[in-house]
Design a protein around this ligand. Structure first.
Ligand SMILES: [Zn+2]
Ligand SMILES: [Zn+2]
Length: 484
């Protein structure tokens, strides 16, 4: 195996220069660890951070169905996402004579975890982290509104002695008003701003003079307060000039607590144990270049160009286009695409031959692929009906999942109407013993869609969209990794 072939590159967008640069993923991880965690932390905590930053980058790879960044879709990630990011070159200046020591630490943390990525359901996780949780991490839905299975609340007694565990910040009333776009009570001697546990149970007479109030549990007469505080009148009010905000922890509390991770490492825990503590139900895997380029390696898929021959009873478009021919064209494009992604692909027919559905089912049941996909074009008597539909056999949850990924890609890529993923009792769906999908790409009965089906790039795009959906569904097949 040639070492150089194993390097994974990632396309990075540099917003300052507005250009894309291809950089080795592992080198990028080094500068991101330096950016995101003090290098004085324990080596096992730094290994955790290396795996986290690698996972954040891996998640953006187009292999996992990401589209690239908005301003420049060629790029998979923008440095804009890492506010204050510096290259290792820039750290030479900052670290001075400590550079060699710090670089050695980074090399150890990254090289020892080379290629390791956190997976959940075959996909890199959203590896969230924060500095100090302050006693417990948060359930994702409390922060972002979405339930993420691996971002569950865990108790954390490890960050009790961390900086930021208890801190405060004084903010002036003017600043609060400005930042929140609000206005508190205007200065006025008779308008009262009640402050819980400070001044409350306030009584005034008709003239607005304070007759009595409570302060921290003790009752005072207005006149008494005037004297004690040397105020000019009993007609008084108050307003704080600034407010002290007390905080526990630092960050949003979702995912890994960095100071907690550091303490766990000091107590002898390994990086894999720490990651498994903060992320629920994850798997650590080594991601290799081959996994990215051939994500479907090891998968077997049968594609079925529906109908065929003269007995095939296919639909015919308003200008005479035959469904059987279109189905076959799309299947050829699809075969080429998913084979290039590593899958083993079989076609039930490769020519314009009549093949009874019982025979198609027999082929599937002999090979027993991971999926059986049959391609059709739809038909309806009203020519205005258009769009994409996918069918699966009821109860087949995996087919439903795959169908939803595929329809999302097709309707996005081909700009067609999403008519949904539905159950059906079609013979093939029922008699094929593996998960099966019946895809109706568009309506050949609709003159506009029939015209599109005559275009090679439209058929190819349809195939590419299906392939994308399959990759999104499967994620990336990689071996489990057991950390020693
Ligand atoms: Zn913590
Ligand atoms: Zn058909």
């Amino acid at each position: 195996m040639k070492e150089s072939n194993e390097i994974i590159y990632i396309n990075i967008y540099h917003p300052d220069e507005k250009k894309i640069a291809e950089e080795p993923l592992e080198e990028m991880v080094k500068s991101l660890v330096a950016w995101s965690m003090p290098l004085t932390f324990h080596i096992e905590a730094l290994k955790c951070q290396s795996i986290i930053m690698r996972t954040i980058l891996a998640k953006k790879l187009k292999t996992f169905g990401e589209e690239g960044i908005e301003v420049s879709p060629e790029a998979e990630i923008s440095l804009e996402e890492f506010n204050g990011y510096l290259s290792l070159e820039a750290y030479k200046q900052i670290w001075g004579n400590k550079y060699d020591d710090y670089k050695a630490i980074l090399d150890e943390a990254i090289d020892d975890t080379k290629g390791i990525v956190i997976f959940f359901n075959n996909k890199p996780i959203d590896a969230r982290f924060h500095m100090v949780c302050g006693g417990a991490t948060e359930n994702s839905e409390n922060v972002d509104g979405n339930i993420v299975q691996y971002l569950r609340k865990v108790l954390c007694c490890y960050c009790q002695d961390a900086p930021y565990i208890h801190s405060y910040k004084d903010i002036s009333i003017e600043e609060i008003e400005k930042k929140l776009g609000i206005q508190f009570v205007k200065e006025n001697a008779t308008k009262t701003m009640e402050i819980e546990n400070v001044f409350y149970d306030i009584h005034r007479d008709e003239e607005g003079r304070i007759t009595k109030l409570k302060a921290a549990g003790k009752e005072f007469q207005g006149k008494e307060l005037m004297k004690l505080l040397q105020l000019n009148s009993t007609r008084f009010s108050w307003k704080p000039k600034k407010i002290r905000f007390f905080t526990t922890g630092k960050g949003d509390g979702v995912g890994l607590c960095q100071y907690g991770a550091n303490q766990m490492a000091r107590e002898g825990k390994k990086a894999s144990e720490i990651l498994n503590y903060y992320y629920t139900g994850i798997v650590l895997r080594i991601m290799k270049k081959n996994n990215i380029e051939k994500p479907l390696k090891g998968k077997t898929i049968i594609i079925d160009a529906a109908h065929g021959g003269e007995k095939g009873e296919d639909h015919i478009g308003p200008t005479g286009l035959r469904e059987k021919d279109i189905n076959l064209d799309i299947c050829w494009y699809l075969k080429k695409k998913i084979a290039s992604l590593g899958a083993t692909v079989y076609m039930t027919r490769e020519n314009d031959d009549y093949l009874p559905i019982t025979e198609r089912a027999a082929i599937a049941n002999k090979i027993l692929p991971d999926f059986f996909i049959t391609i059709h074009q739809n038909y309806f008597k009203h020519p205005t009906i258009s769009g994409t539909e996918i069918y699966y056999y009821r109860g087949d949850k995996e087919a439903n999942k795959l169908g939803r990924e595929i329809i999302e890609e097709i309707t996005k890529e081909l700009q067609t109407v999403n008519r949904g993923v539905k159950t059906a009792e079609f013979f093939l769906l029922r008699d094929v013993k593996v998960s099966a999908l019946h895809i109706e790409i568009v309506y050949i009965s609709n003159p506009k869609e029939e015209a599109l089906l005559r275009k090679e790039d439209f058929k190819e795009k349809a195939a590419v969209a299906i392939a994308k959906g399959i990759v999104k569904y499967h994620g990336c097949a990689t071996g489990d990794y057991h950390y020693l």
